[in-house]
Design a protein around this ligand. Structure first.
Ligand code: NAI
Ligand code: MG
Length: 493
């Protein structure tokens, strides 16, 4: 992409050199012109007869068109999942089930390069992220849960763990393949069958996973992957033969789902929004902290539910930290997601870009001071410069609401008590970060912060063995680790 060069040449602080473009090759990925629905182990035409486009948000070019599943299609998928559950999957020995999950894990590894390219093309995230984080972590989730499949009675001793039946799983566009793995792997390991719907702007990696699943010879109907937008998701939620709903996405839709399943037998886990506080104390190693803050919010264009979108910095070092942040921000490379040097890729959709722009305007109107980097942006596609706001008040909307973009609100504090109160003063409670040299402060902070995950002297670290999930409006239920098995089981005594 030509603009990459101009981006780097325009850097304020270093104009003497730039990286040569290092684009990953598109030709290493096969994307079909059209995708049908993956139901009962086969590709089936949608009864809606409708298809919709999925585009590359970096240049707005069409990548493929995918089927739109209507209620009849959802029903077909649920019937397939039910049959597979009753006739095959629940009867199979856990050890045999594990073999399939291990096989899927290995195949994801084998196709890692192709999956990473597809993820970056369809969603706009830098190839470095999809190659080094999304795809390997997705494979790791399959490996990890495959290991649990025949050890459930050791995970929950004397509790006789039983599968639930059919799980309906609805996932978002920020980590399409990884979210599919987070949801499918524990469901299969616990003996459930699945109907999964990826987000409408990023269906391609889940469809590639469907191809892998087909190739793995997993019995037909155990995993069904169907595409569509909100209406398809709603049809899954309300289908009477679904036993469990697993959803990751907006708090708004999370609330709709909770209402829709109220009074039914359906179990649910909801992983919703966040407004994480990253807290820097004056005794922290500041360069390391700044790097962590940058990674915490600009990683994946800020399209991360646990992104550190609020920075609380102790007053005595605020000036110094803000200067370091601005310097580092200027060096970030915004551009072609397939370029291996790119730090910040494309915003996932036009709609998400509009939401971010709305908040930039709100921030300015609220009296905060906006600083954005000087890099040039490509003309086509959806782009946003890394941006930070200073002079932000706790009550400002940019400090309270989820923006889901590369936008950091910087606030200051004086004491530990003050920052804990401020950090907890949000409707969300998904994650937080603490930067300090003092171990006792870390323990005090992590104990008092109302967040599902608190990182200390690091940020955005994930591992399949570690549970993840929120407090308050960030949702409920845990995914990952031993805890992540629970939502897919009934524990009888
Ligand atoms: P969304 O919540 O509408 O989409 C997430 C998934 O839910 C998609 O697969 C979508 O098709 C499906 N869906 C939409 N309406 C549904 C319904 N009524 N019933 C069942 N499923 C439904 O999120 P959207 O509109 O793409 O993004 C809006 C905001 O949500 C973002 O700006 C961000 O703040 C937040 N978000 C949070 C995510 C997270 O990881 N927690 C992920 C994506 C978005
Ligand atoms: Mg797309």
């Amino acid at each position: 992409m030509a603009t990459r060069k101009s981006n780097t040449l325009k850097l304020k602080f270093d104009t003497s050199w730039s990286y040569a473009p290092a684009p990953e090759s598109k030709s290493a990925a096969t994307i079909n012109k059209q995708y049908d629905l993956f139901i009962n182990g086969a590709w089936q035409k949608p009864s809606s007869k409708k298809y919709f486009d999925t585009i590359n948000p970096a240049n707005e070019e069409k990548l493929s068109e995918v089927a739109e599943a209507n209620e009849a299609d959802v029903n077909k998928a649920v019937v397939a999942a039910r049959n597979a559950y009753e006739k095959v999957w629940r009867k199979m020995s856990a050890k045999e089930r594990a073999k399939y999950i291990f096989r899927i894990a290995r195949m994801v590894q084998e196709k890692a390069r192709e999956l990473a390219i597809i993820e970056s093309l369809d969603g706009g995230k830098p190839i470095r992220e999809s190659r080094d984080f999304d795809v390997p972590t997705a494979a790791n989730h399959f490996f990890y849960y495959a290991g649990w499949a025949d050890k459930l009675e050791y995970a929950f001793p004397n509790r006789n763990p039983q599968s639930l039946g059919v799980a309906g799983q609805i996932i978002p566009w920020n980590f399409p393949l990884l979210m599919a793995a987070w949801k499918i792997a524990p469901a299969l390991a616990t003996g459930n069958t699945v109907v999964l719907k990826p987000a409408e702007t990023t269906p391609l990696s889940a469809l590639k996973l469907a191809e892998i699943i087909q190739e793995s010879d997993l019995p037909p109907g155990v995993v069904n992957i169907i595409t569509g937008a909100g209406a398809t998701g709603a049809a899954i939620v309300k289908h009477p033969d679904i036993n469990k709903i697993a959803f990751t996405g907006s708090t708004e839709v999370g609330k709709i789902i909770q209402k829709a399943i109220a009074g039914t037998h359906k179990k649910a886990t909801l992983e919703l929004g966040g407004k994480a506080a990253n807290i820097i104390f004056e005794d922290a190693p500041l360069d390391q902290a700044v790097e962590g803050v940058i990674n915490g919010i600009f990683f994946n264009q800020g399209h991360v539910c646990c992104a550190g979108s609020r920075l609380y910095v102790q007053e005595s070092v605020a000036k110094q930290v803000i200067k370091k942040l601005k310097d580092r921000l200027e060096s970030l490379i915004v551009g072609d997601p397939l370029d291996k040097n790119t730090d910040i890729g494309a915003i996932n959709s036009k709609q998400q870009l509009e939401t971010i722009h709305k908040y930039l305007k709100i921030g300015k109107q609220e009296g905060a001071e906006m600083y954005e980097t000087s890099c040039a942006l490509p003309r086509k596609g959806f782009w946003c410069r890394p941006t930070l706001f200073t002079n932000v008040a706790q009550s400002n909307r940019i400090a309270q609401e989820e923006i889901f973009g590369p936008v950091l609100a910087v606030l200051t504090f004086r004491t530990e008590d003050e920052v804990i109160e401020k950090a907890n003063n949000t409707p969300y409670g998904l994650s937080a970060g603490v930067w300090t040299d003092k171990g006792s402060k870390i323990f005090n902070m992590t104990r008092r912060m109302r967040a599902g995950v608190v990182w200390a002297n690091t940020f955005n670290k994930f591992d399949p063995t570690s549970p993840f999930g929120g407090y308050k409006e960030s949702g409920f239920g845990r995914e990952g680790g031993l805890h992540g098995l629970l939502p897919y089981l009934n524990l009888a005594n």
